[in-house]
Design a protein around this ligand. Structure first.
Ligand SMILES: Nc1ncnc2c1ncn2[C@@H]1O[C@H](COP(=O)(O)OP(=O)(O)O)[C@@H](O)[C@H]1O
Ligand SMILES: [Mg+2]
Length: 344
């Protein structure tokens, strides 16, 4: 057994009771802007070697969580730690050093790459800032990175607009790998790409994870993608984790009604035109959260208790399966009329 596998299970990122609100400020002579609970009490641990998928529909707080890990915005409550360091307490050089370990891949590959730089400059910038490599070593590493992501070394002299979406995302991945991080936070890295290209990028990510011993926090609104790449999954709804566990448990024995509904929208294997399903009812306004369980207004099982009492995230079995539903002991799949086909 080598050193890295002996260290498996070591927590790398610990997100504890994290909240993030937006707005709510009082302005002179104006009504206060609405207070939005974008992330509302999330606790998650990312251990070395994990591939943790975070899923949920648009607006549930996934990117806000990613931006807090990136240190772009601080949590309004709770802590995010890398090993033993509180991310939001870091400044200057300490902060820069932290992001040698944690890197990011974004949804829109084109707009996340500087259009005025060549690929060489894009890849070498983080090496210069964080690795102290001389010019020859940077050039060598840039070529290695291109090879890693299956792009030709000649592309180093080109600019981002000369690439297709899939190629641009390969460059985004190469840039993230340029400083040899432990952890990649991937925020919907394939959502903007065609389905056939998605598969290539996902397979590249899978290969890189095992070759480079990486740890992934993989954000997606698509459970099928998470199923392919991840071993663990956390399902988010309105800023909260409503269910989490191994991908096997979540897919085979979901306990939360929202997870049941999400699973209904996963296309059958081999189907090229997935049927888009959506929940009946509106996604509640995160500025006016319902009393009790957040999901109750759209839930096929909701009772008076659900509308009055917020369920805790409770554990089931010893495999880390947790669900926040008063009826999680007795899960029931949704009736047909709980979801409708969307005319996409
Ligand atoms: N800077 C911001 N100011 C105000 N509201 C925001 C801001 N960023 C995100 N939100 C709101 O927070 C909620 C969660 O957004 P986001 O984290 O982007 O969700 P997701 O990535 O899951 O689609 C949404 O209601 C969104 O409108
Ligand atoms: Mg997002």
């Amino acid at each position: 057994m080598n050193a890295s596998s002996a260290m498996n299970n070591e927590p790398l990122i610990r997100i504890e009771a994290v909240e993030r609100t937006f707005g709510g400020a009082r302005r002179f002579l104006a009504p206060p802007s609405p207070l939005i609970h974008a992330v509302n009490g999330v606790t998650l641990t990312l251990r070395r070697g994990d591939a943790l998928g975070v899923v949920g529909e648009s607006g549930c707080g996934k990117s806000t969580l990613a931006r807090m890990i990136m240190g772009i915005i601080p949590p309004t409550a709770g802590t995010i730690r890398y090993r033993d360091t509180d991310i939001s307490s870091l400044r200057g050089a300490d902060r820069r050093r932290l992001y040698r370990n944690i890197q990011f891949v974004f949804q829109d590959p084109q707009s996340s790459l500087n259009p005025r730089k060549t690929v060489r400059e894009i890849l070498e910038a983080p090496m210069k800032k964080l690795l102290n490599l001389d010019a020859a070593a940077r050039e060598r590493k840039a070529r290695e990175l291109m090879d890693r992501v299956n792009l030709r070394a000649e592309f180093l002299d080109r600019h981002p607009h000369e690439f297709s979406g899939g190629q641009a995302q390969r460059i985004g991945i190469a840039r993230a790998l340029a400083v040899d991080p432990d952890v990649l936070i991937l925020d919907e890295p394939v959502s903007a790409l065609d389905v056939s290209i998605q598969a290539q990028i996902l397979s590249l990510l899978k290969e890189l994870k095992s070759d480079l011993d990486l740890t992934y926090l993989f954000i997606s609104h698509d459970l099928a993608v998470v199923d392919y790449l991840c071993e663990q999954v956390a399902v988010m709804y309105l800023g909260q984790v409503v269910e989490q566990g191994s991908v096997g448990e979540i897919f085979e024995s979901p306990r939360h009604p929202y997870t049941h509904v999400l699973l209904r929208s996963v296309p059958e294997p081999g189907s090229h035109r997935p049927t888009r399903m959506e929940l009946s009812g509106e996604l509640p306004n995160p500025a006016a959260l319902p009393a009790g369980c957040n999901f109750a207004p759209r839930c096929y099982r909701a009772t008076a208790r659900c509308r009055g009492e917020e369920p805790d995230l409770r554990g089931y079995g010893d495999g880390g399966h947790r669900a926040a539903c008063h009826f999680a002991d007795d899960p029931v799949p949704p009736p047909e009329d709980a979801i409708t086909e969307r005319n996409a």
